[in-house]
Design a protein around this ligand. Structure first.
Ligand code: ASP
Length: 420
């Protein structure tokens, strides 16, 4: 039987939590804005060394992202058994993904309108940033819709994997899976076996990486806290709080979906999801968390494999409500800081653009903010504005990834009920 979920130490989540807390404490002690025990240069250098297990850990996870996504989607589609089941699931899940992403963005937009974090910022920051850039910015001058559609067609698979263009990889994998379902088993069996090997091999790498996880999390946390220091968090504190507050709102929305549409207890759901959430928080990668998301769905939530094996690999790459919410909040925060006034229509357009942007954001650490840069240049904010929020991005990445992964589990819970 193929191995599709990793075997890990049952106390892993406890060790990871401990690593996180200890890292936070050590980071705060060593941070140049903390107790100033060592000079800033040595503190930063120390941070880089102590994060080494984390770099190896993340490197191992990045190594398997592409084979894991391809093999999981292909096997997920085959597990669904037939194209009719897949079609039924597809016509439900795509609107579900789009609607929940749009609602997540609306939560962020509402929060930013209420809190308006830019008013708590030093107004000269925007002027200083503007002074360093002289490029003109046009409103929504981005790629047209036909161009965008052309860009997601996987015309060159090698290039897509080279560039880690996850959307093209996902589409190619879906096409492959559907082709396999429509052929006699004898024709596709060798490729199915190859995918089983790809998935099992990825699980092995994850199991090895997991041995390092608590030390990796400790090191990464120490390094981030040293670099971040309390000052930079306080400087953009209102913005950070707005994102966290909105993500909290999104979590409440998810728990409502779990109980209303999924007919499950929200408390049991959180219990079942906690290991995957913690893993998402510490790795900032929905793709690397995927095996744990699958484990939470199948072993804890008892979701049908037919459902989880399709929804989770797909959701890990295209369903990113936390990222979408974050991108919208960050974009509107910077608009307000740079004095760019958007009309209601433009805000709506921004929301739609963000739904698309979050779908195209690869499920790896720190990319949400890079995609944000393209959104910004489209709405008249200099992408350099990102510099203002870059310092706290890793922290917010950890939080939004946790919500991204939670969203995939919520979607699987709902689909499990709908696909009875
Ligand atoms: N790190 C996120 C994820 O993997 C993507 C992002 O940067 O927002 O889900």
């Amino acid at each position: 039987m193929m191995q599709s979920v990793p075997h890990t130490d049952s106390k892993l989540w406890l060790k990871i939590t401990l690593g996180m807390v200890l890292g936070l404490v050590l980071g705060l002690i060593l941070s140049p804005s903390g107790l100033k025990l060592i000079d800033p240069y040595h503190a930063i250098e120390f941070g880089r060394w102590i994060a080494l297990p984390g770099i190896i850990f993340l490197g191992m996870l990045k190594m398997i992202v592409v084979p894991l996504i391809i093999s999981s989607i292909v096997l997920g589609i085959i597990a669904s058994g037939n194209t009719a089941f897949l079609k039924n699931m597809g016509i439900r899940i795509i609107p579900y993904f789009l609607i929940t992403t749009f609602i997540a963005i609306s939560i962020g937009v509402t929060a930013i309108n209420i809190i308006d974090p830019a008013q708590y910022m030093d107004s000269t920051i925007a002027e200083q940033t503007m002074a360093t850039t002289d490029e003109p910015y046009a409103l929504f001058d981005e790629l047209s819709i036909p161009d965008r559609i052309e860009n997601i067609i996987p015309t060159n698979f090698t290039q897509a994997s080279l560039e880690k263009n996850m959307l093209q990889i996902v589409i190619a994998s879906i096409i492959l899976g559907i082709i396999m379902l429509s052929l006699p088993k004898a024709t596709y069996e060798p490729f199915e076996k190859l995918c089983e090997f790809g998935q099992a091999a990825s699980m092995k790498v994850i199991e090895w990486a997991m041995v390092l996880a608590p030390y990796a999390v400790f090191g990464i946390m120490t390094k981030i806290t040293i670099q971040l220091g309390l000052e930079s968090i306080i400087g953009v504190g209102a913005y950070v709080l707005t994102v966290l507050f909105s993500l909290g709102g999104l979590l409440i929305f998810y728990l409502l979906i779990v109980s209303i549409l999924g007919k499950r207890s929200p408390i049991e759901f959180i219990q079942a999801a906690k290991e995957a959430q913690l893993f998402a928080f510490s790795t900032s990668s929905s793709a690397a968390t995927m095996p744990f998301t699958l484990k939470a769905a199948e072993e804890n939530l008892k979701i049908k494999e037919k459902v989880s094996r399709f929804i989770i690999p797909l959701g890990a790459t295209i369903n990113m409500d936390g990222t979408a919410l974050y991108q919208a909040v960050a974009a509107l925060f910077l608009c307000s800081l740079f004095g760019v006034n958007l009309t209601t229509g433009e805000i709506f357009l921004l929301m739609i653009t963000t739904v698309g942007a979050s779908i195209g954001t690869p499920a790896t650490p720190g990319v949400g903010i890079i995609v944000l840069a393209t959104i910004l240049s489209g709405i008249g904010v200099p992408p350099e504005g990102i510099g203002i929020i870059l310092g706290v991005d890793r922290l917010l990445d950890m939080c939004r990834t946790t919500l991204n992964v939670t969203g995939d589990l919520v979607a699987s819970t709902v689909m499990d009920r709908w696909m009875k």
